[in-house]
Design a protein around this ligand. Structure first.
Ligand SMILES: [Fe+2]
Ligand SMILES: [Fe+2]
Length: 164
C-alpha cells in the first residue's frame, strides 16, 4: 500500500521531478509524454482511450507549470478516476464477450490500479506540486507499463474477433 512516505520517495526519485529540478525556471516547459506507435494494440477504440489517458497526464503536467491549486488537481484526479472506470469497463466487456483467457489476471491488475489511485488520493497533503509530480510520474510509469505488457496480451484476441 502506498503511504505518504512512499509518495515522497516517488517524488524524490522520479524522472519528472528531476527534469523540473534541472529546469527550475522553466517549469512550464516540462516534458509531456508522447504517444508512440509501439503502444498501439491494433484496435482504434482502445488506442484512442489510451491516448486520452496521455492527455489527462499531460494536463496534470501542464497544470504544474502554472500555479497549482487544490481545485486544479482535484479536478484532474476526479477526471482520471472517471475515465479509468470507463476504460477498464470497455476492456473488461470485450474480455467477457470474447472469452479472453487472460481476463482474470488482467482484471486483477486493473483492480490494483484502482486501489493505488484511491490510496494516493488519501495522501493529498500540503505539498501540492510535489504530490502532483508524484502522481503524474506514477501514472506515466503504470500506464505505459500496463499498455506494453498487459494490454498487448489481448491484441490478437480482440483482432481475431473482428475489432480494428
Ligand atoms: Fe488499457
Ligand atoms: Fe488494461
Amino acid at each position: 500500500m502506498l503511504n505518504y512516505n512512499d509518495v515522497g520517495d516517488i517524488i524524490n526519485n522520479n524522472r519528472v521531478v528531476k527534469i523540473i529540478q534541472e529546469n527550475f525556471k522553466y517549469m512550464a516547459d516540462i516534458k509531456k509524454i508522447e504517444w508512440e506507435e509501439s503502444y498501439s494494440v491494433g484496435v482504434k477504440i482502445i488506442d484512442n482511450q489510451h491516448k486520452k489517458f496521455f492527455d489527462i497526464i499531460n494536463n496534470l503536467i501542464s497544470v504544474l507549470g502554472r500555479r497549482v491549486t487544490e481545485g486544479d488537481i482535484k479536478e484532474i484526479i476526479d477526471g482520471l478516476i472517471a475515465y479509468t472506470e470507463y476504460h477498464f469497463a470497455t476492456e473488461e466487456k470485450y474480455f467477457k464477450d470474447f472469452n479472453f483467457e487472460g481476463a482474470a489476471e488482467h482484471i486483477k491488475q486493473h483492480q490494483l490500479f484502482r486501489e493505488k489511485v484511491a490510496e494516493i488520493q488519501k495522501s493529498f497533503g500540503d505539498d501540492l506540486p510535489g504530490f502532483a509530480f508524484g502522481l503524474a510520474d506514477l501514472l506515466e510509469d503504470w500506464l505505459i507499463d500496463h499498455i506494453m505488457t498487459m494490454d498487448q496480451q489481448y491484441k490478437n484476441c480482440f483482432i481475431s474477433h473482428g475489432l480494428k
